[in-house]
Write a protein that binds this ligand. Structure first.
Ligand SMILES: Cc1cc2nc3c(=O)[nH]c(=O)nc-3n(C[C@H](O)[C@H](O)[C@H](O)COP(=O)(O)OP(=O)(O)OC[C@H]3O[C@@H](n4cnc5c(N)ncnc54)[C@H](O)[C@@H]3O)c2cc1C
Length: 566
């Protein structure tokens, strides 16, 4: 391979969702030459599916006149069950109004109140209506706005390029290797700074609201390159996903006033969270639904009803048109007339690559932002509307920081790794081993059954053994079909390898945390233990296949730790 086959830019961003695009725009505005690499066309990133909205203490709603960033921070920290780092939460909430208005000025069409200001709806765990929204298509609006901004700045896009490896040598990142999915050729990328903005890993679970592309690639790449993973046991289950397909039914529906009702016609949340009712934090609502089902008060098949009928057709059409369409298209029912059958499903990864306030990973020149990163602002449980905010606030900061990078990236190191990657992929193409699909199914089932809403030691230990067996079988997996162009089987297999790495980190972290906190609920340790576990779980790659586990302190601040979280 000649030197011309290596692509060079100052800053390379992997991921075209909100975090990646916001980072790209910022790095470009700081005068860096920026390129963005994405395995799908950027507008197909999972960010486009975000429905309910983005939080900012604008104080536009009459019930929220005296809202402040401090109140937003308090709700976020309480919702995180005190595991969020308070310095990071302060940045998130302080920056929120600015970041939302910036998007509005760039062209995002937010829904409006009667006075023409950005409308705000109530969301779970928030004291007042604070969630800005564009009907129930907020992610779609934000992503299109940022994509326009990125294009207008002349940022270079490498779409449908799949990153297979980071090039890291002696704690310095030189770039990455990516498969051009169209041609089937590997390309080397060299950069002074590289930002991972690769999103979540929901696909390791059955019953997920996530897109098929959410396979945790960036987290696994970072882990295997020597970065640390933080708080991987915290996996959010959204209370309301459509029964059958697990498509998300936004919290915006409950924010607008929808009720949860069991098979006996009871609005059962007053049994579990009499004050907040349907707008208690997501972990509480998800567990409450599961408890109703376990007590025999669910519908056959395991679901409850989300009733929107009392909102009326006008409100549903104005505020929740996407939800109505999803129910009609995928459940063949109209929520104006009948309740929607819902059950909890995997939704969000609170844990991720351990980073500082500017996305720094501890590896020179390597940054991370968005759902793949853990700063941490969500702790044990993310509040709805805080993730879109996280992608924009910390994507922007990572972009600014990365634009200053001068890490002495070395082309020859990148070239060496291309050869290694070429051999790895050739081996996969030549292998005569087993098909990957059964492994994928087993992994998803194991994760849902053993590391789901309720967990216990015995079940999780069995789960880890299962994951380890799958990792062994993965070594023999074969690509059925050796064509180079658009070899989707090859891409799925590379993703499966990343997913198994991530599943293992979730398992190891969850087994060791012997308490219940936020989304991590253990039936064998049902209480929260601040004495022992008010700390972050850290996983690192050890020598060979080994992983090492450690803990790091939570950064506390002006919000004292209190008991309870309803
Ligand atoms: C259905 C749904 C609704 C949601 N609604 C809300 C909401 O209303 N409010 C809220 O705050 N949050 C919401 N969330 C969460 C929020 O949308 C996400 O956390 C956020 O959009 C993630 O953005 P991101 O930029 O980090 O990653 P993503 O948008 O997931 O983008 C990841 C990018 O990485 C690229 N990539 C990944 N791996 C590779 C690789 N190997 N090579 C090259 N490229 C790669 C992909 O191509 C993609 O462009 C929702 C999530 C879901 C699933």
């Amino acid at each position: 391979m000649s030197e011309n086959d290596i692509i060079q830019h100052d800053v390379i961003i992997i991921g075209g969702g909100l975090a990646g695009l916001r980072a790209a725009v910022e790095a470009c505005d700081c005068s860096a030459d920026v390129a963005l690499v994405s395995k799908v066309y950027p507008l197909r990133s999972h960010s486009v599916a975000a429905q309910g909205g983005i939080n900012a203490a604008l104080g536009n709603s009459p019930e929220a006149k005296d809202d402040t960033w401090e109140k937003h921070a308090f709700d976020t920290i309480k919702g995180s069950v005190y595991l969020a780092d308070q310095d990071a939460v302060e940045v998130l909430c302080r920056e929120a109004p600015k970041i939302v208005l910036e998007l509005e000025h760039w062209g995002t069409v937010f829904s409006r109140d009667e006075e023409g200001r950005i409308a705000q709806r109530p969301f779970g765990g928030a004291g007042v209506p604070r969630t800005c929204y564009a009907a129930d298509r907020t992610g779609h609006n934000l992503l299109n706005t940022l994509f326009e901004q990125a294009n207008s700045r002349g940022i270079t896009f490498y779409n449908e390029y799949f990153v297979t490896s980071l090039v890291v040598d002696e704690k310095r990142c030189h770039g990455c290797i990516a498969l051009d999915i169209h041609s089937g050729e590997l390309n080397g990328f060299v950069s002074q700074s590289l930002i991972l903005a690769t999103g979540g890993y929901g696909m390791i679970y059955d019953h997920s609201t996530n897109s098929l592309i959410n396979t945790g690639d960036g987290m696994a790449l970072a882990l295997n390159a020597g970065a640390q993973m933080k708080d991987m046991e915290f996996v959010q289950f959204h209370p309301t996903t459509l029964y059958g397909s697990n498509i998300l039914i936004s919290e915006g529906a409950r924010g607008e006033g929808a009720y949860l009702v069991n098979a006996e016609g009871e609005r059962f949340m007053d049994r579990y969270a009499p004050k907040a009712m349907e707008l208690a934090p997501r972990d509480i609502v998800a567990r409450s639904i599961m408890r109703e089902i376990a007590a025999g008060r669910g519908f056959d098949g395991g679901y409850v009803h989300l009733d929107l009928r009392h909102l009326g057709a006008d409100k549903i059409n104005e505020r929740l048109p996407g939800i109505r369409q999803i129910a009609m298209d995928f459940a063949n029912l109209d929520p104006v007339e009948v309740p929607i059958p819902v059950q909890p499903g995997q939704h969000y990864s609170m844990g991720g690559i351990d980073v500082g306030l500017d996305g720094e990973t501890g590896i020179n020149g390597l940054y991370a932002a968005g759902e793949c990163a853990c700063i941490s602002v969500h702790g044990a449980n993310r509040l709805g509307g805080n993730s879109l905010l996280d992608t924009l606030v910390f994507g922007k900061r990572a972009g600014a920081k990365a634009s200053n990078g001068k890490n002495g990236a070395d082309i020859s190191v990148v070239k060496n790794i291309i050869l290694r990657e070429n051999n790895r992929i050739q081996d996969l193409l030549n292998s005569k081993g087993e098909d990957f699909a059964p492994l994928m199914r087993d992994m998803k089932k194991t994760m849902f059954d053993r590391y789901g809403i309720f967990r216990d030691e015995n079940s999780m230990n069995h789960g880890l053994q299962g994951i380890n067996r799958l990792k062994q079988r993965f070594k023999q997996v074969a690509v059925k079909g050796s064509g180079k162009s658009f070899n989707q089987a090859l891409v799925r297999i590379l993703e499966l390898g990343y997913m198994l790495d991530i599943a293992e980190t979730v398992a190891l972290s969850a087994i060791k945390r012997k308490e219940s906190r936020g989304s991590h609920f253990r039936t064998d340790y049902p209480d929260r233990s601040d004495d022992k576990y008010l700390k972050h779980t850290i996983i690192k790659a050890g020598t060979g296949q080994e992983r090492s586990l450690a803990y790091s302190p939570v950064k506390l601040g002006q919000y004292p730790v209190k008991e309870g979280n309803d």
